[in-house]
Write a protein that binds this ligand. Structure first.
Ligand code: 13P
Ligand code: 13P
Ligand code: MG
Ligand code: MG
Length: 368
């Protein structure tokens, strides 16, 4: 039997530097040390430590399948040790994403974001890892739809015999904790009915309709729903396999040429455009934003991560970044008004209801 490889991306905010704008280099070094040791011990095959904004990202390959307790424990311990260092430097919000003190076998539901997939490596296996800061799970809905279902984005859907049949989308209802699968292109209108509301219906994974092979997986953890209060944004991740029966690398990157509006930004309470940037430029600073997305590309070789290439480090995204700044400026001028601020329902998970509570007794009946 051919040995499968598992690609796991597990992330957490272990402490911001300065404020929520970036991460201190010593935290990356600390994580690097832990994963190096785990590689030596044979727990993982290979790894790459990186960051987007203030989020620490552990990209790992191994042979243990998804939801493996040993790999999840490794990520958890790494976060704990980084938090210890972050606390010694009094970095901001150190440990905000670890919602429990006790690890119970899987980091899911405990704060960190997770995207994992297991597959047999193809003759050549290009993968892209998308990582975002200052936004929530669900931010991948529009890009994933464009990559795997929109012929105006992905030429291969029309002209490649390997892709023409289409893809199946697994969508999670994160409020009711349910899942549904839509087969596209025949069900694209049905799919859009749900994923157009990315705060609740989130694309978890995409599969090739003919082969059943997994093409993409995203992190769907919503911190506010887990904690029941505001503890920072989810800052999600997403893995996409490219070429052959999947979108070409350029087709997978193309959706980000249109900076779509996502929820997050300042205090996780505002709408803003998602700016594609290189890793060094992923320091959301203006009004703690605008939200950022980075993409690292790797070729897998027997589980080894050959790379990364910093995919948005390319002048062809300059116009997207410029448009992003124009849109950000326009939204910013709305200040405390919607639609710069999120609608009331979403603000439930912020500190705003506590302030509103003070005025409860001052409301009088209109009496008519
Ligand atoms: P494949 O080689 O994966 O078929 O992709 C063709 C291509 O040229 C993409 O830009
Ligand atoms: P993070 O979720 O990236 O920590 O940002 C939180 C925040 O409140 C930014 O203003
Ligand atoms: Mg933070
Ligand atoms: Mg963050």
């Amino acid at each position: 039997m051919v040995e499968k490889v598992t690609l796991s991306v597990i992330k957490a905010d272990v402490g911001g530097y300065v404020g929520h704008s970036s991460i201190h280099p010593v935290l990356l070094e600390e994580a690097q040390r832990h994963l190096e040791a785990a590689k030596g011990d044979g727990i993982i095959v290979d790894f790459h430590v990186t960051r987007v904004g203030d989020d620490l990202e552990l990209i790992m390959t191994h042979r243990k399948g998804v939801d493996d307790p040993e790999v999840h424990h490794l990520a958890w311990r790494t976060f704990e040790e980084c938090i210890r260092v972050a606390k010694s430097l009094k970095l901001y919000g150190a440990g905000q994403d670890l919602l429990s003190d006790a690890f119970s076998g899987n980091v899911k539901g405990m704060g960190p974001g997770v995207a994992e997939m297991e597959f047999v490596e193809r003759e050549s296996e290009p993968v892209l890892i998308f990582m975002a800061d200052k936004t929530s799970a669900g931010a991948w809905n529009m890009p994933l739809y464009k990559m795997f279902a929109d012929p105006f984005n992905t030429a291969g859907l029309v002209i490649s015999p390997k892709m023409h049949e289409g893809f199946s989308f697994e969508v999670h209802d994160v409020k009711e904790h349910k899942r549904i699968v839509f087969h596209c292109p025949e069900e694209i209108y049905d799919l859009l009915l749900f994923i157009g509301a990315p705060g609740r219906y989130i694309i978890k994974a995409v599969y090739h309709k003919g082969t059943g092979e997994i093409g993409a997986v995203s992190s769907t953890q919503r911190l506010a729903l887990i904690a029941g209060r505001y503890v920072g944004k989810d800052d999600p991740v997403c893995i996409v396999r490219c070429q052959g029966e999947f979108p070409a690398v350029g087709e997978a990157l193309e959706p980000f040429s249109m900076p779509h509006i996502v929820e997050g930004w300042m205090r996780g309470s505002h709408f803003g455009p998602l700016m594609p940037v290189s890793v060094p430029q992923s320091n959301p600073t203006r009004f703690d934003g605008p939200p950022r997305v980075v993409a690292l590309g790797f070729q897998l070789a027997d589980g080894r991560l050959i790379g990364p290439r910093d995919m948005f480090d390319d002048p062809s995204y300059d116009e997207a970044r410029r448009l992003c700044n124009v849109v950000a400026e326009h939204l910013r001028r709305h200040g405390p008004f919607e639609p710069q601020r999120l609608p009331l329902e979403a603000m439930e998970y912020t500190t705003m209801p506590q302030v509103m509570e003070r005025f409860r007794n001052r409301f009088e009946d209109l009496g008519d």
